[in-house]
Design a protein around this ligand. Structure first.
Ligand SMILES: Cc1ncc(COP(=O)(O)O)c(C=O)c1O
Length: 364
């Protein structure tokens, strides 16, 4: 078999991945459905009522041919208004949005600077560019400054995540000021911060009270807290004009699904209505993690470190046997294996407390 050796190596290291059908019977502390919107049937109905009135319900072609639909435009205008950005572009997925941004923005003689924990989609994009690429130490602003100060470049493009997908760390606020000072373009991947942090739960710009500037780019995904599928880029009109002319994963692909985009719009409206309730519930779960594990959970990602790959799989199975689904994340996604636990607000906090107790008991 052509890949027996590669698969054998992974199997031996306890790193072979397999897909499992999601088990509805388990209590979901594994998915990124932070607010439980994926089960909110009222949103599905509202989306359907809107879309069934349209002449077509599928995008049919690229946004650059005739696939850019009023449903897309309407959502983009809404996103610009609530986030205070000049321009928006809907994208098929967060992975495609990172490819669009981080492959198209850095050109020859430019410098692309990514946090070393940046998502795999950004790392992949960085391998496709002719610009100089550097990774700075995770959330280390001194390292970032040092590189910006000492390298030669025409333009610098810096990539960070609002909340890091595995460690749950919050990006350092200084990154905004540093990028402004060095006139760098700043890309903030908000996959895990939108719907989770900020006065209006709009993410890290909202949380830090940042008024978006021309050099700021925000990327948000729709498949996590928003309970749909897809992504969006918010930026200046100048940057969006450039991306629509250069970013291959925007141009050479069918426009995002109208159903998903309208469902996402309904998701945002729902969060807007219930923002105080969600904030309270998020805080409750952050307090529980602090009490049980003395860990500051800034969003809704709780990474619980486990000694080795085999052990993390064993722990995941043990928790599954008592009814809980949690993520088991191994290398190369993370350096040290973790149980990735998401205390989703649609699961009663009492049940999360039960999970905390089970973990602390099995530790002692
Ligand atoms: C930080 C981060 N960025 C981007 C993505 C990709 O988003 P999507 O799942 O919409 O492709 C993910 C998803 O896992 C992510 O965690």
């Amino acid at each position: 078999m052509p890949y027996s050796k590669e698969l054998g190596v992974l199997r031996k290291a306890g790193r072979l991945r397999v897909r499992k059908i999601s088990n509805d019977k388990l209590i979901d502390f594994a998915s990124n459905d932070y607010l439980g919107l994926s089960q909110e049937k009222s949103l599905l109905k509202k989306m359907f009522d809107e879309i069934k009135q349209k002449t077509c319900h599928a995008p049919k072609s690229s946004q650059l041919v005739n696939g850019y639909h009023p449903v897309h435009q309407n959502f983009e205008e809404y996103l610009c208004a609530i986030n205070n950005f000049e321009s928006a572009i809907v994208v098929g997925s967060g992975f495609m949005a990172n490819l669009a941004l981080l492959e198209a923005l850095p050109r020859k003689k430019d410098l692309l600077l990514l946090d070393e924990e940046y998502h795999a989609s950004g790392v992949l994009a960085s391998k496709l560019v002719s610009a100089q690429v550097k990774f700075f130490k995770h959330n280390d602003m001194n390292d970032l400054i040092e590189i910006l100060k000492t390298q030669e470049y025409k333009r610098a493009i810096v990539g960070v995540e609002g909340i890091y997908s595995m460690s749950g760390d919050l990006v350092d606020k200084k990154v905004f000021e540093i990028c402004d000072r060095y006139e760098a373009i700043l890309v903030v991947d908000e996959a895990h911060s939108v719907g989770v942090v900020g006065e209006k739960l709009l993410g890290i710009f909202d949380f830090y009270n940042i008024v978006p500037k021309k050099n700021h780019i925000k990327m948000g995904t729709l498949g996590k807290a928003i309970g749909s599928y897809g992504a969006y880029i918010l930026c200046s009109s100048h940057i969006s004009e450039y991306l629509l002319n250069r970013a291959k994963s925007l141009i050479y692909t069918t426009a995002p699904s109208l159903l998903d985009i309208e469902l996402a719009r309904q998701g945002f409206l729902f969060i807007e209505k219930k923002v105080d309730f969600f904030k309270e519930e998020i805080k409750k779960r952050q307090d529980l993690v602090k009490n049980y594990f003395d860990f500051d959970m800034f969003g809704l990602i709780f990474p619980f470190e486990i000694s080795c790959s085999d052990e993390v799989m064993k722990k995941q199975k043990e928790l599954e046997n008592i009814g809980f689904s949690v993520g088991a994340i191994r290398a190369p996604t993370v350096k040290k294996p973790i149980l990735r636990i998401i205390p989703r607000v649609s699961v009663e906090s009492k049940l999360f407390e039960k999970l905390c107790l089970s973990i602390t008991k099995s530790k002692s």
